[in-house]
Design a binder for this molecule. Structure first.
Ligand SMILES: [Zn+2]
Length: 176
């Protein structure tokens, strides 16, 4: 692995101050290959973008995994900004300008989702909406403890995403 390359004091496109730090790193991910991880973070306005890109050109991909134990929390996940992460009956993470790419594990994905649902639960004025959000949080906790199964699908037309496990089912992603 090479050392992360850091370029400091760059011009931030959001607040126009020279507080942007760019970081690029090259990581070897088993069963996925050499991957570039890059990010831009502004210490002044908190602007942050990050993404991952495989060194080799990849095919559009659709991968599904069924989470069934606490051990599954450690399964590595590469999620690019182009990825759609679908968890039936829970949520869908869609690509877009606000979507970052990152390398995490199943637990990391679930924690992010739980945080979003928690925000909804706290902000919701509608009682039913609050109740529904609380129920989802309970469900996610159970999944994290290995007490409940959950299916996660990741679709990425750029191919720069993967769920790295023997249990992962890969199929062709149909692109329009
Ligand atoms: Zn800024």
């Amino acid at each position: 692995m090479e050392k992360p390359e850091t370029i400091e004091k760059q011009l931030c496109p959001m607040c126009n101050t020279n507080n942007l730090v760019m970081v690029q790193e090259e990581i070897e991910i088993p069963f996925f290959g050499k991957t570039f991880v890059f990010s831009m973070t502004c210490s002044n306005c908190k602007y942050h973008v990050a993404d991952v890109e495989a060194a080799e050109q990849k095919e559009p991909v659709k991968q599904t995994i069924e989470i069934s134990s606490e051990d599954d929390m450690k399964i590595r996940v590469v999620k690019s900004s182009q990825a759609t992460v679908k968890i039936p009956h829970v949520t869908t993470i869609t690509p877009g300008p606000a979507s970052n790419g990152y390398i995490t594990n199943i637990e990391g994905i679930l924690r992010r989702i739980r945080y979003q649902i928690e925000t909804v639960a706290n902000d919701a004025e509608d009682k039913d909406e609050k109740k529904k959000a609380r129920k989802l949080m309970k469900k996610l906790n159970k999944v994290m403890w290995g007490d409940e199964k959950l299916k996660i699908t990741i679709e990425d037309p750029s191919g720069n995403s993967a769920i790295i496990s023997d249990k992962t089912q890969t199929s062709k992603l149909k692109t329009k």
